[in-house]
Design a protein around this ligand. Structure first.
Ligand SMILES: Cc1ncc(COP(=O)(O)O)c(C=O)c1O
Length: 362
């Protein structure tokens, strides 16, 4: 295929075309470096500028207070399931919200390193909504509460951070990171695999408050030790340099081209409303999985009234250059991932296709 499709993939996912073109333009030679970003020392001035730029962009976009550190770590978001448990659970007790497929994986890893109290479990309702604060059964004195901002597979998202009182809230933001402004002060730690909104897979952005870093035990394997990673500014060993470079480019674009996260949120809300309206107005031909109030701005999940049409929908959408719409293998149905880089035009094209498909098959 020569042409770019409307890419609704859940991750790795679409990147802003403007960014890809800029990266293409400097792929052979990073300005001032005389080589590509993949060919220079991570200790060089050119790469230090890239790393500092990525951190500065994230700090500015999120209005991050000075008592939080930004790290870029290898192993994706899943490595954070383990690192959190090794560094901050470490034999103690923590609360986990079981909100969907990714929460489940985080819980499974944490259980290897301490006692996990599931403070809310959405499995009985097939993970179709987020809990309210008064539904949480929090453990007084827990080491932390772990949450997931947006469950990518089920397509449910917290409108606001859950209230965990004095207990630090740690949150997997993988599929919602930098999609809208958040109150960072409500979190002890935020982490996100890059491959949805900010870059390529394999690198995670981690934002951690200083008092949590201070809690980490001595003697962990160095690469899994937040204290070591903070002390070495993510460069204890060779960092994921290309990934960090891409994050710098995407966050620079969010800052300067989009104009910040309020603007990004407005764009994202309009795209999501377009799609949810189409589902709601289909008179039951399409049904959304998420309950009102928990609908994800990033992953719109839906099923067809007649599942016998599923294969046809997928085949015809693909033929119309609408790619990546199949639901996750664990839940079926359909999922349109409409991360930051997805344009309103792509969403409009999808909605036009859905309406036409309904007309022909409804
Ligand atoms: C919410 C969430 N958490 C964690 C992950 C796992 O990320 P990774 O593959 O980078 O480990 C994903 C998706 O890939 C995700 O959507």
């Amino acid at each position: 295929m020569e042409e770019r499709v409307h890419n609704f993939s859940a991750g790795p996912a679409a990147m802003p075309l403007t960014v890809l073109k800029r990266v293409q333009a400097e792929l052979l030679c990073l300005p001032g470096a005389g080589a590509s970003v993949m060919e220079i020392s991570h200790r060089s001035k050119a790469f230090s500028d890239v790393l500092a730029g990525a951190k500065d962009n994230i700090k500015t976009l999120l209005n991050l207070p000075d008592n939080y550190k930004i790290l870029f770590l290898q192993g994706g978001a899943s490595m954070q399931f383990t690192m959190i448990a090794m560094n901050l659970l470490n034999g103690g007790t923590a609360d986990y919200l079981n909100l969907g497929s990714w929460s489940k994986k985080a819980i499974a890893e944490a259980k290897k390193h301490g006692t996990v109290n599931v403070a809310w479990d959405g499995s009985a309702d097939n993970f179709n909504r987020m809990p309210s604060n008064d539904e949480l059964k929090l453990t007084p004195g827990a080491a932390y509460v772990h949450s997931t901002a947006n469950e990518t597979i089920q397509g449910i998202e917290f409108a606001e951070a859950p209230d965990t009182g004095d207990v630090p809230l740690l949150c997997d933001f993988s599929s919602a990171f930098l999609s809208r402004p958040i109150e960072v002060e409500k979190y002890g730690m935020i982490y996100a695999g890059a491959q949805k909104n900010i870059g390529p897979s394999g690198v995670a952005a981690v934002i951690i408050r200083d008092d949590l870093v201070e809690r980490c035990p001595e003697g962990l394997p160095s690469l899994l030790d937040y204290r070591v990673m903070v002390k070495n500014d993510s460069m204890y060993n060779t960092p994921p340099a290309f990934g960090i470079y891409m994050i710098n480019k995407v966050t620079e674009y969010l800052r300067n081209d989009i104009g910040g996260l309020e603007k990004m949120e407005a764009i994202n809300r309009k795209k999501a409303a377009t799609l949810y309206d189409a589902i709601d107005q289909s008179e039951g031909f399409y049904t959304g999985h998420a309950k009102e109030g928990s609908r994800s701005l990033m992953n719109v999940t839906f099923v067809l009234k007649d599942s016998a049409l599923d294969a046809k929908f997928l085949e015809e959408s693909k033929a119309a250059d609408l790619d990546g719409l199949g639901g996750h293998r664990s839940v079926g149905g359909f999922r349109a991932s409409i991360y930051n880089a997805i344009t309103q035009e792509s969403v409009d094209t999808l909605v036009a296709f859905m309406k036409e498909f309904q007309q022909k098959n409804g």
